[in-house]
Ligand binder design. Sequence first.
Ligand code: FES
Ligand SMILES: [Fe+2]
Length: 410
Amino acid sequence: MRHDEQVRLIKQLLAHLDAGTNVDAGGIRRLSTQTYTDPDQAERERRQFFRGLPQCVGMSGDLAEPGAFLTNNDLGIPILAARANDGAFLAFVNSCRHRGAVVETEERGSKRRFTCPFHAWSYDTSGALVGLPKPDHFGDVDTECLGLKPLPAEERHGLLFVHPDPEGVIDLDDLLGEWFNDEFPTWNFDTMIPINHDAYDTPCNWKLAMDTFGETYHFASLHKNTLIETFHGNVQCYDDDADVGGHSHRMILCRRDIDQMRHLPEDQWDITVAGLPVYWIFPNVILMPFRAGAFLVRAYPAEGDPGRHVSRVDFYMKGELANAKGVQAQEIQEMIATIAQNFADIIRDEDYVMSSSQQTAANAGALDHIIFGRNEPALHHYHATFASKLGLEMPELLEGSASQPNRRHL
Ligand code: FES
Ligand SMILES: [Fe+2]
């Protein structure tokens, strides 16, 4: 993030802290609980948002070496992504050209050849069919035409994108917008190294999982024994690019260490000391860079069940930290990994417990609608964005319905 933007945001956070205010979405918004339960909407979301758009499947560090691969089965089509020998990032439909079995069954690893477990046809890292047993018995086939089916793939700013439709087009200028395309290079995501991958299969709609990241109003209650020690609750910065037709948005959470800025000249201010940036990449990615690395959270709807999803919570460490040698470096690495694991556990054991409880009530039809406060602008933004893109009725904004324009932080 450019330094002048860091200073602007830190000033905004300090002003909120000092005045006892928070961001203001301009009103309260009502959202139909059907958005979490309606099978038709769930199917449209899967088709339009998950099969019809490029998807982030990880970071460059996941495929550090030629032969490194990862698989993804979250999008309704088996995907194999790999680093080819020439360093290119490639993706394929993970289905054997013989009789269609899934070729690579491991989640990640490194191989020179991908060999189908059924009859042992094998493919190289560029997807070419390079061997089949008993070719003289099998018959004459043009192996040149029987490589793994390619999927559009692009690597940008250290993030890996795959389009799950072989005919799809990846347009990262549109997906990330000018704003994120300008800001992401400053984080050097391409140098980060994967440390941990968690997957939480959770009985809640994928948007309920995303919702938990959308405000800090809940920190003093839900995270009263955990995050509130590090963060101020109910104070944040919020920006989106809706004014230029974009769908991106970014929150800055407020760390208690922000007080250090009060004693430092502005040119030494650091947003990763004062806060935690939270980038929302449309439709299902939350990317949080911090001092030692970054968290990448992706929420995927379960096929055929609007009340279920899988969240993938991945932690990456800055390369210079992860690669440092020596006893002290190892201690630091272990400490950071523990902090990261604790954060992932909080998501699972605190946030997603609430998401599941909300889903239980939504499934029961307990309420027709829920409400988002003025201090929850990210939730207003993305639910309105989804509704607009799906051609659904917009969640209703109740102008001036709150007696206080700004809520007090705790
Ligand atoms: S289905 Fe893969 S080798 Fe036969
Ligand atoms: Fe939370």
